[in-house]
Design a binder for this molecule. Structure first.
Ligand SMILES: [Mg+2]
Length: 202
């Protein structure tokens, strides 16, 4: 299914919404359990920063997970992703991808989906841009328009967002802003920071 570069750029240019699976995409697919059975997940700050950049550029980011876990809610809050765009416990990802696209008022052609395993295949099949991390299941890699060089939880999401913004001619300006020290993204953390506690989460 891997398209030519020009076809890939055409698809990326249309993207106005990015829907992300969580485990194996925003994380490295490891599930850490605390002593009381609470699930812990680790996320990439670089992915988070790229999500903020995408939002700043008018691209809406949504989460779509088959599992239900409190850290996902917390991460979504930190990234400024509203509850109505964070679907957990999804048993039918294609239907839920359509639901999210409808909530965004977008055609599926304008929606990118990033997934890594078999339950993601139906959603990948209908997304305008289907992408997966480098370490996604082989069956998934075969069905994506774009396979990242980066692994899940290690920059794959940033790579997809950079691809989209680059196709839309916006990445160069962002990199320039980074170089000149004028790059700013809004932080919308839910937790109040006390005293001189600095917030550098992204
Ligand atoms: Mg997954």
């Amino acid at each position: 299914m891997k398209p030519k570069r020009t076809e890939l750029v055409k698809r990326a240019r249309r993207v106005r919404g990015v829907v992300l699976d969580v485990d194996g995409v925003l994380t490295d697919a490891q599930l850490l359990y605390g002593a009381r059975g609470e699930a812990l997940k680790s996320f990439s700050a670089r992915d988070g920063f790229a999500i903020k950049l995408a939002q700043r550029e008018g691209i809406t980011v949504c989460l779509l997970s088959g599992r239900v876990a409190a850290p996902v809610r917390a991460r979504a809050r930190d990234l400024g992703i509203p509850t109505r765009l964070t679907l957990q416990g999804s048993g039918a990802k294609a239907a839920d991808l359509r639901r999210l696209a409808a909530r965004l008022g977008l055609d599926l052609a304008a929606v990118a989906f990033v997934g890594d395993d078999l339950p993601d295949l139906p959603a990948l099949a209908i997304a305008g841009l289907a992408a997966c991390p480098a370490d996604a299941a082989a069956e998934v890699r075969d069905h994506c328009h774009y396979v990242c060089a980066a692994r899940g939880g290690h920059g794959a999401v940033r790579e997809v967002i950079a691809l989209v913004l680059e196709a839309q001619g916006r990445w160069h300006k962002i990199v320039e802003a980074g170089r000149s020290g004028t790059l700013r993204v809004a932080h919308s953390d839910s937790r109040r920071l006390k005293g001189n506690e600095r917030d550098d989460r992204s």
